[in-house]
Design a protein around this ligand. Structure first.
Ligand code: PMP
Ligand code: GLN
Length: 388
């Protein structure tokens, strides 16, 4: 019998673990979890090995992160977004974006506060909010365009709203929020004195010529935004779990306090390698985008032959596909059918919605294209069986 605390009582097994197990059991091609099936660039891995073998980096790193990585994060924000970040007081290196977001929530939100979450959401946000003793308030993106209703957003703000969690490019919808959309979020946050936690882990994964705009660059927002990102997506190194949070020292202060006592310090040799990685020339980032643009086309080609419909994503390595023309049932049922009968795994989005809003995503499942070209071509053959 479980003797767990009440705060974790409602937490189930993550959907990613559940689907990985099922995919393995049925030997399905796994387009579920956003986990590249190809390796981190060899020169970046070599930096990590060099750091580990140097005899200098195998003991505790400084709690906020090593200086070279904090500087690399600040330089990266200046180079791509024109942001002026203090590398000493304005950056904290975290154990992936996941710990970054948890430390933000624990460091900025009090019990009884409300936190606005845009749905469908990355699955750790709500457990993080609940662990802080706060209440999530949900604002859905409406398919097929995956846009929020301005009135629904406005109505979510109350005197108890403390934080809004934003994610752009957005997992799982593939939206990259426009300046107009972000301006409304900014206007409401300023009016209601709300802090934004901006999850930009897919910042370099923009597709079809779209441009990612960090909300911290909008007027009046730098002072009220903490931005979280990670090396996982940009350097195809999801197993390294190195992330960071940056922003104005005043918003980062609480985050730093929470970070000290959740993890204290992060894996040291890997921080050295990520500092090297962030300083890659523009060609790295451009080639990365080009690679994903071509993978996107392979997955779209596979879906086009399957009877599933979708809106091409503007960013991330995910597509939300509508299965209602080929299957009658909920996303979980379709996912099981797809894994067992067709041999392809995807992610059903039920766990990315609050109970009251699950119906909004009821025709959709998420496919990931951070996979080898060969796997994506194989997916086309398998998914074409759906038509038959
Ligand atoms: N936020 C979003 C939107 C994500 O998709 C992920 C990915 N896995 C994370 C946060 C977590 O990132 P990390 O692996 O760096 O903890
Ligand atoms: N971010 C990845 C995804 O959305 C998975 C991360 C995880 O397994 N928790 O697929």
């Amino acid at each position: 019998m479980s003797i767990s605390a009440r705060r974790v009582e409602t937490f189930g097994t993550t959907i990613f673990t559940e689907i990985n197990q099922l995919a393995q059991q049925y030997s399905a091609l796994n387009l579920g979890q956003g986990k590249p099936d190809f390796d981190t660039p060899a020169d970046i891995v070599a930096e990590m090995i060099k750091a580990a073998q140097s005899g200098q980096h195998n003991q505790y790193a400084p709690g906020p992160g090593i200086a070279s990585l904090r500087h690399a994060v600040a330089n990266h924000a200046a180079r791509f977004y024109g942001l002026d970040i203090d590398p000493d007081q304005g950056v904290i290196v975290t154990a992936g974006a996941t710990e970054g977001i948890l430390s933000c929530v624990l460091g900025l939100v009090d019990p009884g506060d409300e936190v606005i979450v845009i749905e469908p959401f990355y699955d750790s946000y709500v457990p993080n909010i609940l662990m802080a003793g706060a209440t999530p308030v949900f604002v859905p993106l409406h398919p097929p365009t995956w846009t929020f209703d301005p009135d629904e957003l406005r109505a979510a703000f109350t005197p108890r709203t403390r934080v809004l969690i934003l994610n752009s490019p957005h997992n799982p919808s593939g939206r990259v929020f426009s300046r107009e959309e972000l301006s409304l979020v900014a206007e409401l946050c300023i009016e209601h004195n709300v802090i934004v936690i901006n999850d930009e882990v897919y910042e370099h994964l923009t597709l079809g010529g779209s441009t990612y705009i960090p909300i911290a660059t909008l007027p009046g927002m730098f002072e009220r935004t903490v931005t979280v990102s990670s090396a996982g997506k940009t350097f195809s190194a999801t197993g390294w779990k190195i992330g960071w949070a940056y922003g104005h020292p005043d918003v980062l202060d609480g985050v730093a306090r929470a970070h000290q006592f959740t993890i204290f310090a992060v894996h040291h040799p890997t921080q050295e390698a990520v500092a090297y990685a962030l300083n890659q020339p523009d060609s790295y980032y451009n080639n990365f985008r080009t690679m994903y643009q071509s993978k996107l086309h392979l997955l779209m080609d596979a879906l086009d032959g399957s009877g599933l419909t979708y809106r091409a994503p503007e960013g991330t390595y995910f597509i939300m596909a509508d299965f209602s023309a080929v299957f009658d049932g909920m996303p979980r049922d379709f996912t099981r059918y797809l894994i067992k009968e067709i041999g392809v795994a995807c992610i059903p989005p039920e766990s990315m919605y609050s109970k009251g809003h699950v119906h909004i995503g009821k025709n959709y499942v998420r496919f990931s294209f951070c996979k080898s070209d060969q796997a994506l071509v194989q997916a086309k053959g398998l998914l074409s069986k759906l038509r038959g």
